[in-house]
Every structure is written in structure tokens, then in C-alpha cells.
Ligand binder design. Structure first.
Ligand code: GDG
Length: 486
């Protein structure tokens, strides 16, 4: 395999420790094994971002290359356009979108600066793998700078219908840039179908086969690559953590009550407000379960620089407070809402302790938490997964209790059914889901994509323009991190 260069907005710098987020969960195992370069935003904002250049650090076989953003870039590119327009629109929540032309301009200009900064790091033969909605135009911008390497793009979030996408004024330009990639990957076949329709109606591509487009005489391969977890590894973590003092403390605090668990970044697409409404409905209708259940929702705050995320945090705290004050008792708190994250292994242990896993996003590209919940269960006494039918994961985990997350009654009924489910049905459902999560891994996922990229018909001869980066030019370490991943 040629050298892999991953491009994603956030880079999991080792010194920052584990963070909540599916992209890193999916990609890290691949890069740690295969080695390569991981390029993106450092997470810093600096007035001198453009002059500061690239910060390089190494851990294990991975070279991390990051750049800072200016405040204007951060606001326009990241907070306002990527997260204020593309994120809600791609999750079919157009009413949340706040469009301003100057933000779109900053998004394209910042993508151009990412392209300029990446250029000297590229070597002949590198496989460039770009991730997610922050970088829709990047392939086109790299081509405009003479990059002839194979370029792949993977979208972690859903792809909306062409009608919805057209609500973003630069939709055609975004798709045209993306079509300069050789391989474009999606979580589900529905996302792929939506993209193919948008590429033909908004950017003049021609669909010549189910997974093949043609534009300007070039071919672009499309593919479905559902993001995966390492199920065996997660199961082992869960088993170990279940005996840890932290998880034991949680178990003791429950005093024999059944645990219902949710773990999601605090994000409007995760359906948290609707989930609390469903739980409230359950408490109102199923009084026989009072004092016999506790719902623990772990919702690490995320994107607090985006206004709608701050509003959501306040809304959720209020709904949680109301549930406890109106449905609770002096000796029973039905809901615990925790907005700080925790170590991955501890979460795995909590998942194993939970009788019900509630994963009810309004829409989700895949949702790795659903897969992790399945992996964490004790096969002899597994819990029940309640899953939104609008998560990509529902296609593989159709043995879960599937719900419409917009319907509080449906959530309440599913909770009741999950709590009452007999052991035999729990085991049968769990076995079907375990098979689905254990049959693949993040490595299979990543290598599957990269193999297709390596043989892609759109691959150009040679690498990048030699004048731009001499063959074999080494990366110059500006800063070397002492943190190594072992
Ligand atoms: C995007 C797409 C797609 C959560 N809290 C903590 C923590 N997590 C971990 C979970 C899981 C990951 O973060 C979240 O992954 P999801 O897939 O559920 O969601 P997104 O972050 O929205 O991911 C999604 C994914 O990309 C991959 O393609 O599935 O659809 O939206 O692994 O366990 N990890 C730690 N502390 C926490 O508090 N360490």
C-alpha cells in the first residue's frame, strides 16, 4: 500500500487524549497500523495562523501535521458554514441552517489554504484520503494546484436529497469540487443514491453504472463503506471495565435499578430533546417502573462555539430538570444527565451494565455508539438496543428495537418492551447484531476504501507536479511530540 495521507478537520493529536467523536474512532486503528500522515486543523485559533505554517509531530508510525486557523476562518469556515449550514442540511434539518454568503466564501478560501498547506507535504504516489463535509471542495482545489495523486473522499454523515442540498446556494460548486476525487465513499446505499442524483442534476455528471459517474471524460467511482468498530476489542474493554471501581460505583449507586443508557455528543442531530420526551412519556404511562429504573444520559458537550449547540445544552438541562422535579420522588432521581465525557473503557463498562441502550438520533451517517453497545454486552445476559431507524447503523442492526425518534410514544413503548423482554429474545436479537458488528472492523473498512482508491480508474499517471514537491522530499519536523502511542 502506498503512503496514506488522511485529511480531516480535527486531528486526534496524541497529547490531547481521547475525544468524543466517530471519525477518530473509525480512522485511528487504520493509521496506527499502516502508518501515514494525518493532516488537518490543530484546534488552535491564532491571529498569525497563516504565517505559523505547519506543526508536525510523530507518534508511532503516524505523522501529525496541523495548522491553526484565524478567528475569521474558524467562524466562517468551521462554525458558520460547515457546522451552521452543511451539518444541519446534510442531516435533513434545513430549518436549523443559517446561511450567509460571506461564510461560504470563507469556507472556500479556508479550504484553499488547507490545500496550499498540504501541498508541500505530499509525495509522489501518496494516497490522499479526505474526510467529511468540512472539505467538500478540497479535491478540486488540490487538482487546481497540480496534484495528480489518487484522491479519495469519505462522507461520515448522511448525504441529503438533491432538493434539500440545493437549498445551500453554492451546492453546485461544492459537488463540482468533490467530483475531482477518484473515489467517493458513503455510509449507506441511500446516501450514495442521493449523491449520484445531486451530481447529475446539480453538476452535470452522467451516471454510467450504479457506482460509476462520468464527468468531463473522467470516471468517478462511488462506493458504500459502513464505518465499523473493533467489536472484539471493545467487548474485551467492556468486560475488563465492568469490574473496575468506577463502574462498580455506578452499579452500587443504582441499588438494583435497571440502567437505561445513552451516550452521544451533545448535538441537535442526536435527538436528545426528543429522547427525553420519550423517556418522560414512559415515566408518565408506566408508573409500575417507578423507582425501578434510572436513565443515565452521557452527552459530552461539543461545538460550544456554535450558537445552536449552546441553546441545545440549555434546553436539555431544562428538560432534564423538569423530568426529575415532576416525575421523581424524594428517594428517586429518574434521570442523570452528564455533559462531560469519560474514558472510552469506562463508557464500555457502563454500556455492559445497561439493560437498555437508547440510540435515537434524528438522522445519523452510521452511529458507532449503537455498534459499541452491542459489542459491550454480556452474551449470557445481553441488554436491548433501542435504535433510530434513521441511523445508518439500523441497516446492519435491524434486530434492534427500531423506532422513529420523532415519536415520544414509540420511544416509550420501546423502553417498556426492552425492559420486559425475556432472556431468550434478548439473546436471539443480540446474536444477530453481534454477527453484524463482529464481521468487519475499522481496518477492513479503511483498507476496503483504500484498495479501491489504489486501483481507481480515475487515477492519473505519476504523482504531484515535481516542481511543487520534489520526489521523496521528507517531512521537516518543526515540533516533535514526546507522546508516543504504544
Ligand atoms: C460521525 C458521524 C458516524 C462519545 N462520548 C465519548 C466518546 N464517545 C465516542 C463513542 C463513539 C464516538 O465517540 C461517537 O461516534 P458516533 O458514530 O456515534 O457519532 P459522531 O461523532 O457524530 O460521528 C456518525 C461516525 O462519524 C463515523 O463515521 O458513525 O454518523 O456523525 O466511538 O464511543 N469517547 C470518549 N469519551 C466520551 O465521552 N473517549
Amino acid at each position: 500500500m502506498n503512503r496514506i495521507v488522511v485529511v480531516s478537520n480535527r486531528v486526534p493529536l496524541p497529547e490531547k487524549g481521547a475525544q468524543a467523536g466517530g471519525l477518530a474512532t473509525a480512522l485511528q486503528p487504520l493509521l496506527e497500523r499502516e502508518g501515514g500522515v494525518w493532516f488537518g486543523w490543530s484546534g488552535s485559533i491564532s491571529a498569525k495562523a497563516a504565517e505559523e505554517g505547519t506543526r508536525i509531530s510523530h507518534a508511532g508510525r503516524v505523522t501529525y501535521a496541523t495548522m491553526a486557523l484565524t478567528k475569521a476562518e474558524h467562524d466562517g469556515y468551521y462554525a458558520n458554514f460547515a457546522n451552521g449550514v452543511l451539518w444541519p442540511l446534510f442531516h435533513s434539518l434545513p430549518e436549523m441552517m443559517r446561511y450567509d454568503r460571506s461564510d461560504a466564501e470563507t469556507y472556500f478560501a479556508t479550504n484553499a489554504r488547507f490545500a496550499d498547506t498540504l501541498l508541500p507535504l505530499l509525495q509522489d504516489g501518496d494516497l490522499v484520503w479526505v474526510h467529511d463535509y468540512h472539505f467538500l471542495p478540497l479535491a478540486g482545489l488540490l487538482r487546481a494546484r497540480g496534484v495528480a495523486n489518487p484522491i479519495g473522499f469519505f462522507l461520515h454523515i448522511p448525504f441529503p436529497s438533491a432538493e434539500l442540498l440545493a437549498l445551500a446556494p453554492p451546492a453546485g460548486k461544492l459537488i463540482a469540487g468533490l467530483l475531482q476525487a477518484d473515489v467517493i465513499g458513503f455510509q449507506t446505499s441511500a446516501d450514495l443514491g442521493n449523491f449520484a442524483a445531486a451530481a447529475t442534476t446539480l453538476a452535470g455528471a452522467r451516471q454510467i453504472a450504479a457506482e460509476l459517474l462520468e464527468i468531463d471524460g473522467r470516471r468517478v467511482r462511488l462506493g458504500v463503506f459502513p464505518a465499523e468498530i473493533d467489536a472484539e476489542d471493545f467487548a474485551a474493554d467492556a468486560l475488563r471495565a465492568a469490574r473496575s471501581p468506577t463502574v462498580e460505583r455506578l452499579r452500587r449507586s443504582l441499588g438494583g435499578q435497571c440502567l437505561i443508557l445513552g451516550v452521544d455528543r451533545l448535538d441537535p442531530t442526536k435527538g436528545l430533546v426528543q429522547r427525553l420526551a420519550g423517556y418522560r412519556r414512559f415515566l408518565e404511562t408506566e408508573t409500575g417502573w417507578h423507582r425501578r429504573v434510572t436513565f443515565l444520559q452521557i452527552a459530552p458537550v461539543s461545538r460550544q462555539d456554535v450558537a445552536s449547540y449552546q441553546t441545545l445544552r440549555a434546553e436539555l438541562s431544562q428538560a432534564a430538570g423538569e423530568i426529575n422535579s415532576e416525575c421523581g420522588d424524594p428517594d428517586w432521581t429518574p434521570l442523570r444527565l452528564i455533559t462531560k465525557g469519560g474514558p472510552r473503557a469506562t463508557l464500555a463498562g457502563y454500556m455492559r451494565a445497561a439493560r437498555v441502550g437508547l440510540v435515537t438520533p434524528l438522522r445519523d451517517g452510521m452511529n458507532l455508539v449503537a455498534k459499541e453497545y452491542v459489542a459491550a454486552q454480556d452474551p449470557r445476559d445481553p441488554g436491548v438496543l433501542v435504535l433510530s431507524r434513521f441511523a445508518g447503523a439500523a441497516r446492519q442492526l435491524d434486530a434492534a428495537l427500531l423506532v422513529n425518534p420523532n415519536d415520544p410514544d414509540a420511544i416509550a413503548e420501546a423502553i417498556t418492551r426492552a425492559l420486559a423482554m425475556d432472556l431468550r429474545e434478548r439473546q436471539t436479537r443480540w446474536r444477530a447484531m453481534w454477527q453484524a458488528v463482529a464481521e468487519s472492523s475499522p481496518l477492513d473498512w479503511g483498507l476496503g476504501f483504500l484498495r479501491l482508491l489504489q486501483q481507481s480508474p480515475g487515477k492519473r499517471a505519476g504523482g504531484i507536479a515535481p516542481a511543487l514537491a520534489p520526489r521523496g522530499k521528507p517531512l521537516i519536523p518543526i515540533h516533535t511530540s514526546s507522546n508516543a502511542i504504544n
